[in-house]
Design a protein around this ligand. Structure first.
Ligand SMILES: [Ca+2]
Ligand SMILES: [Ca+2]
Length: 737
């Protein structure tokens, strides 16, 4: 085996980002091993991946990663191309086109394919002089980036001929001579590309081919099109076909048992990227390169340099290079996948992630480790992670029970139907599903057992000795469809997919059920927005917040019912996750963005991909690291880190007032008390000991006394009293202008 894996860690970039991190900064973490298309230019290999761009310097093997934080319009990329001016173009699944001017280091995002009556999923871009040809899920568009105000879609062709009279996903566009060729999932078509003299909106001006009626064409799911000295060649789900322009028929051209995803013709060789490795057509025959040493034989895109070296983008295993009859693989540092359902931070600050079908992962602040090499985690679908009081990590899985990592000695244990009271699902007794793990203040671990085959509902692994307590249907837990659970002050809040929310009050006594009390809230009985409850969280004032499939609710404890909280556009409607920070802000993760409700109940921030550098709008998990103020946001396509700056003082003497001196001019200025713990009280005195102002539950002072008058210039003292009665004192200099 001549396999060499280059683990390319971009420490320099990471350190730079750490050094310059500030409040409000975003960082994106994505997996870039699913390479959609590669382009080689000036000894740099540009890879469009489903997690952004990976740029491989072919001279020194270093890799640079680029994401939305750097300037990309979207991280899930489908296509990459250079235009004649040397600009890089990237097409994203979210409908954005991004232009990167390498010489000016300038990024420009075009939203033309999003605005309007519907969003186009961009799948292919080809640069052609002043214009771009853009293939999407509806057809082919001519795009002029320089037309005012900021680019123009000049025309879009949805009907590509008599036989292709339907909207079809465009996989490939190829320009040859005066023609444009288009390969779709339903057939292939061509037309004269001079749309100014030929009306391409008229399907009659396109010539189309489908397998039902085109001689010689036995597969019309077309991945790719190229030409060999003017002769058209297409790659399909079952092999390659060559177009005979004399009689408009097709001939099979080999590789019938392969999906042919990319074809490149260079140096007299036709290269075919397939799901079974790389093939080269030379001297009238196909030959396959040896697969020895490859991490993946599923190849999406290839490029050949002038010396004949080959660069291949794979489906899920990064980049491979073929040189001197040997493969080398390049794995870009990052998480094992792009789906982040849940995160946890351990006592050492390591981040642990549940990545569903990509297993679980750990980020130590500089590099990522996939946990799939741990036999207990393996390739199981990991849905949740939670730490207990001893800092052990607990993972809930879909089908493989619960895994525990003992942090003291890094040993693993897996709870299954054989060694615990957990049960599998009906018909599959070994298939144990636990979608969430909750830990209470005593350190008990609560495992909601999804769809158990008998009446088992909850398994509690007790804090002291890892013995079990089991709660059944008969204890009042009526549904098997338990999505999430949250433990707080003797209550276990259970979120169901079908019957709303259960407040199971176990009264701190896990083994004694006689003192338990169950309250059931539904749409009709409790005014929940929906009986599908996605998440529950209790804030620092003790208010219960619930996210449902139809919105956000809070419990009015006096009334005993929920009130709906209006979500500002574009948030919601489904609320997937709620988290509370040290200042009692509620972070609301929805299907379409992230909102922050401050302690006074107002929406203070709305974060979407359009107004911030969050990596995706579908937020699935949130973890707030209270020691650093970092907010980790798990999404459908990547992980974001947001520096909230909310780091309350461990010691009240760390509370600082700024700006200091505090200059009062207009009377609209405010002074901020930094790192103030939630519910801390501030009293401001003159140096003579006269009380000027008392401030509760906020962290700013407007420079006025209790009567509302601006104070005069001079030195003032502030006394901070923490929620637990601890005190500290500081000075403020006030200057009147
Ligand atoms: Ca968790
Ligand atoms: Ca009890």
């Amino acid at each position: 085996m001549n396999r060499i894996i280059h683990l390319v860690l971009i420490f320099s970039i990471f350190l730079f980002k750490l050094g310059s991190a500030g409040i409000g900064d975003w960082t994106t973490y994505t997996n870039k091993d699913e390479v959609q298309e590669v382009v080689l230019k000036d000894e740099m290999l540009w890879c469009a991946t489903t997690g952004g761009v990976a740029v491989l310097n072919t001279q020194n093997d270093s890799v640079t990663q680029l994401t939305n934080v750097d300037g990309l319009g979207g991280n899930y990329l489908s296509s990459v191309a250079f235009d004649s001016g040397g600009n890089l173009w990237l097409g994203a699944q979210n409908g954005t086109l991004t232009k990167y001017d390498l010489t000016e280091n300038n990024w420009d995002i075009y939203y033309n394919f999003i605005s309007g009556e519907r969003m186009f999923l961009i799948r292919e871009i080809v640069a052609d002089g002043e214009q771009l040809w853009v293939g999407s899920d509806v057809g082919v568009s001519v795009f002029h980036p320089d037309k005012p105000p900021h680019g123009e879609i000049t025309e879009t062709y949805r009907r590509l001929g008599e036989l292709l009279n339907v909207e079809a996903d465009v996989n490939s566009i190829h320009l040859v001579g005066d023609n444009i060729w288009v390969g779709t999932e339903k057939g292939v078509a061509y037309a004269p590309k001079d749309y100014r003299t030929v009306n391409l909106m008229d399907p009659k001006n396109w010539t189309s081919f489908v397998k039902e009626s085109s001689p010689g064409l036995t597969d019309d799911y077309v991945y790719t099109i190229t030409d060999v000295q003017g002769e058209i060649v297409i790659g399909t789900k079952t092999g390659i076909f060559r177009f005979d322009s004399l009689d408009s028929s097709w001939d099979s051209f080999g590789l019938e048992n392969r999906r042919v995803k990319d074809l490149e013709y260079k140096n007299g060789k036709l290269i075919a990227c397939t799901n079974g490795g790389l093939y080269i057509y030379e001297n009238g025959a196909w030959s396959r390169l040896s697969n020895t040493g490859l991490l993946s034989t599923d190849h999406n895109s290839a490029a050949m340099d002038d010396s004949g070296w080959l660069w291949v983008g794979t489906a899920g295993k990064g980049i491979s290079r073929y040189k001197d009859e040997q493969w080398e693989n390049y794995v870009v540092d990052g998480p094992p996948g792009n789906l982040f359902l849940d995160m946890e931070v351990d006592a050492d600050g390591n981040l642990w992630c549940a990545n569903e079908n990509d297993g679980a992962s750990c980020f130590d602040g500089s590099g990522w480790v996939s946990l799939s090499s741990v036999p207990e985690i393996d390739r199981h679908s990991i849905r949740a992670v939670e730490k207990d009081k001893e800092d052990n990590l607990w993972f809930g899985s879909w089908g493989a029970g619960v895994m525990k990592m003992n942090r003291e000695d890094s040993t693993w244990f897996r709870f299954t139907e054989k060694n615990s009271p957990l049960k599998g699902i009906a018909g599959y007794p070994e298939y144990v599903v636990v979608n969430d793990v909750a830990v209470d203040e005593m350190g008990n671990r609560w495992l909601p057992n999804w769809e158990s085959l008998d009446s088992t509902r909850l398994v509690c692994v007790l804090a002291d000795n890892d013995s079990f307590a089991v709660y059944y249907d008969g204890d009042g837990i009526k549904s098997i469809l338990m999505l999430k659970a949250k433990a707080r002050e003797g209550h276990l809040y259970i979120c169901f997919r079908d019957i709303g929310l259960l407040d199971y009050y176990y009264n701190w006594t896990v083994e004694d059920k006689t003192d338990d009390r169950v309250t059931h809230y539904t749409q009709t009985d409790g005014r929940l927005s929906s009986n599908t409850v996605m998440s529950a969280e209790v804030d620092k004032d003790g208010t219960l917040w619930v996210g449902t499939s139809a919105g956000l609710d809070t419990l009015d404890s006096e009334w005993g019912r929920f009130r709906s909280v209006a979500l500002p556009d574009p948030l919601g409607p489904q609320v997937n996750v709620i988290a509370v920070d040290e200042q009692n802000n509620k972070w609301i993760g929805t299907e379409s963005g992230l909102g922050v409700i401050n302690s006074r109940g107002q929406f203070e921030h709305i974060f979407t991909t359009f107004n911030s550098n969050i990596c995706h709008n579908r937020v699935l998990g949130i973890k707030i690291d209270e020691r650093t103020g970092e907010v980790w946001i798990g999404t459908e396509n990547g992980l974001s880190r947001y520096e909230s700056g909310i780091v309350p003082a461990q010691d009240l003497s760390e509370v600082r007032a700024y700006p200091n001196p505090f200059v009062l001019g207009e009377g609209t200025e405010t002074l901020t008390f930094d790192r103030l713990p939630y519910r801390a009280k501030i009293r401001i005195f003159t140096v003579a000991g006269e009380l000027v102002r008392e401030i509760n539950s906020q962290d700013t002072w407007d420079g006025r006394n209790d009567a509302g008058q601006l104070v005069s210039g001079g030195v003032y003292l502030f006394y901070v009293t923490g929620p637990s009665g601890d005190k500290a004192i500081g000075k403020i200099a006030v200057i009147r202008e």
